[in-house]
Every structure is written in structure tokens, then in C-alpha cells.
Design a protein around this ligand. Structure first.
Ligand code: PLP
Length: 367
């Protein structure tokens, strides 16, 4: 049996999803193009928007970062100016991109346990009207914090800025009202809350926003505009598509619908999260974030303050028991992370808690 992955993706997938990959198809196979058409349509449905309302979706090869990079490098014109709001490494990664592409950027940077206040975003927009775009991560997977995209989006729209959201680790399991929030570009990927396998990312966007981006792209392969035009005309990728990953994703969407959609998946993940918190609290483990800011996708835990605690040992002993957790990524605090997305249910969380207790005892850390 495979290990249980308490990671933010890739994650445990359903057998049916893995089985869907047992096919060979050509890039321009009619059947395959039909699958792409259905996925693009389903993504809009999951997002609660339609073509008629002026939204569309594009798939992009590569992991989630490639999708973010395609948006950043295609949609911000040469004269553009990005306001980047960041409180973690995924937000900072967007800053790395604008550095490389020499895109003018103003950064509002916060400590990893702070939800960036939308008032600061308003102030920054008032101070500099050359800003054209605003970007933020929804669930900053570095900690698991949920950022306030509703109010930041409201402000971005109030000042008529293009609003970009990295919803990588939330889309599909956290309801996001694209229309109400006024999101121009939302990015996520195949191997997170939709529970597919890795291989591509996708962007859901306002067609009016991407329409004007012809010729902006600073790379050939990540040109989101050209990819969109190709898909609009023929549902084809411009370069070799990750066929099996797309077949798996198609099945994963079907499974999401069978589960009852975003709301039901959100309920399951929240149940996982609640069990996780209850169990870890009983073992004396403390979370890094304040509960009010903590999302239900992934949780950061402080290292137990005991001289016998050693993360490498902790990780390896859990791994021996088939339980894979995730190391921390914080700039100044020792943490480890436990995700509860993917094919994980309450009994899996219970088993993990038992394993953590055994391992801590084995290491000589009192629980
Ligand atoms: C997973 C993730 C990404 C993309 O990471 P990849 O390793 O490129 O798939 C980007 N942003 C957030 C918030 C994520 O959780």
C-alpha cells in the first residue's frame, strides 16, 4: 500500500484517477481534444462562472509555478507595475519572477503569521497610481494561512487594477466567488485540491483581461495568450501535452462531482482539519498560526520544546509507519507541516495521531 501523504500535493489520489492513466493517446486525437474541452468547461463550472459571462480557462504544462509564471510574464505589459502582497514563500516566488522579467514591482511584505490588511493595499494604490496589477496568494501554503482575497480584491477593483490570485492550494476545496471578488486571473494546478496527479496548471480568467495581452509574453513556452488562442480554436496545446495527467484530471473532476462538489470536499477537509487539531492538541503540539487565521488545507506546528525532539528522526520514524509529513519552510521559526488534502479521511488522521504519539514516546518526548 502507498504511504499516506500529509503534504500539500502531490497527494494521495483515488485508484480510479490513477487507472484513468492507463491509455495512450495522441496530442491531436479527437477523443483527447474532447477531454480537454470538457475539462476547460468543468473548470469554469467549479469556479461558478461561464463563457457567456466573459470567463475562460487555459491549461498550461508544468507544475503550478509554471502557471503562475505564465500569468506574470504574459499579462503584465512592459509599462506595467505590480503591487505584490506577500506573507510567505509562494508570494515571494512571484517577486522572483518579476525580478527576472524586470517587471516594476512594489512589494507589501508581511511576517508569515500576519494576514495582510487590505487597508495597506488601499494606501499603496492611493500613493502610486502607476500600479496596474495586484497579486496575492489565497492559501499561503508556507503556513496554511488564508489571506483576505475578498477585501483585497474589492480594493483592487475599486481602483480598477487587474487582480491576480494564486489559489493553487485552495481552488476546488475552498469556495471562491470569482465574480463577486473580481478576480481577473486565478491559478491552480492538477495535483492539489482537485486531487489529480502532477503535470499541469490551469488559469481561469476574464477574457476581456487576457484579450489585450497579445505580444506581452517574455517567454515562448509560457505564453498564456498564445496558449489560450490555440485552445480556443482547437483545444490543443501548442507543445506536447501531459496526456496521462490530463486523463487523470478528467477523472478527478468526475470524482469531485460525485463527492458533491467544492462544498462537500471543503467539509471533508474541514473534518480532517478539526480531527487533526483535536488530536495534536491532546499530544501537546501547538500550531504556529492563530486559529482565526489558520486555514483547513495545511497546518504548521511548532517543534515540541524538548531537547529530545529531532525533526529528521521524527520524520523518518513516521515515514517507517507509512505516514509522510512535510518539513517547515518558515524564515524564523522551526515548524513542520501537516496537510489534510487528497484522499484522506478522518480515520487516516486518527492513524496519524496514533503514529505521532508512538514516535514522540519512542524519541523520549513526553506527551
Ligand atoms: C503548490 C503551490 C504552488 C506551486 O508549486 P509547484 O511546486 O510549482 O506545483 C504555488 N503556490 C502555492 C500557494 C502552492 O501551494
Amino acid at each position: 500500500m502507498d504511504n499516506k501523504l500529509f503534504t500539500p500535493g502531490p497527494l494521495n489520489t483515488k485508484r480510479s484517477v490513477k487507472k484513468a492513466m492507463l491509455h495512450d493517446m495522441g496530442s491531436r486525437d479527437i477523443e483527447f481534444l474532447q477531454v480537454i474541452a470538457e475539462i476547460r468547461n468543468d473548470l469554469l463550472e467549479i469556479a461558478g462562472v461561464t463563457l457567456e459571462e466573459g470567463y475562460d480557462s487555459v491549461l498550461m504544462q508544468g507544475s503550478g509555478t509554471f502557471g503562475v509564471e505564465s500569468v506574470i510574464s504574459t499579462t503584465i505589459p512592459e509599462y506595467g507595475h505590480l503591487l505584490l502582497v506577500t506573507n510567505g514563500s509562494y508570494g515571494n516566488r512571484i517577486g522572483n519572477m518579476t525580478n527576472v522579467y524586470e517587471i516594476k514591482t512594489t512589494t507589501l511584505s508581511y511576517k508569515e503569521n500576519i494576514v495582510p490588511p487590505y487597508q495597506d493595499v488601499e494606501q499603496a494604490l492611493q500613493k502610486d497610481d502607476s500600479i496596474t496589477h495586484v497579486a496575492i496568494v489565497h492559501c499561503e501554503t508556507t503556513t496554511g494561512i488564508f489571506n483576505d482575497i475578498e477585501n483585497v480584491g474589492y480594493i483592487a477593483n475599486k481602483y480598477k487594477k487587474i487582480f491576480i490570485v494564486d489559489a493553487m492550494s485552495s481552488f476546488g476545496a475552498v469556495p471562491i466567488d470569482l465574480k463577486a471578488i473580481g478576480i481577473d486571473y486565478l491559478i491552480s494546478s492538477s495535483n492539489k485540491c482537485i486531487e489529480g496527479v502532477p503535470g499541469f496548471s490551469f488559469v481561469i480568467f476574464k477574457t476581456n483581461s487576457l484579450k489585450g495581452c497579445k505580444g506581452n509574453a517574455r517567454t515562448v513556452s509560457l505564453d498564456l495568450y498564445s496558449q489560450w488562442i490555440e485552445m480556443k480554436i482547437s483545444n490543443q496545446f501548442r507543445f506536447t501535452p501531459p496526456i496521462q495527467s490530463i486523463l487523470a484530471f478528467h477523472k478527478a473532476i468526475e470524482e469531485l462531482k460525485l463527492e458533491g462538489g467544492v462544498l462537500k470536499r471543503s467539509e471533508r477537509y474541514q473534518q480532517n482539519y478539526n480531527s487533526l487539531i483535536e488530536g495534536t492538541e491532546s499530544l501537546g503540539l501547538a500550531t504556529y498560526l492563530a486559529k482565526k487565521d489558520q486555514g483547513y488545507i495545511i497546518t504548521s506546528f511548532l517543534y515540541p520544546k524538548h531537547p529530545n525532539f529531532d525533526f529528521t528522526q521524527f520524520y523518518e520514524k513516521l515515514h517507517l509507519r507509512g505516514q509522510v509529513i512535510y518539513q517547515g519552510k518558515l524564515s524564523d521559526t522551526d515548524c513542520f507541516r501537516i496537510g489534510n488534502i487528497g484522499q484522506l479521511y478522518m480515520e487516516d488522521i486518527d492513524n496519524l495521531i496514533v503514529a505521532i504519539q508512538e514516535v514522540l514516546v519512542e524519541m523520549g518526548v513526553p506527551v
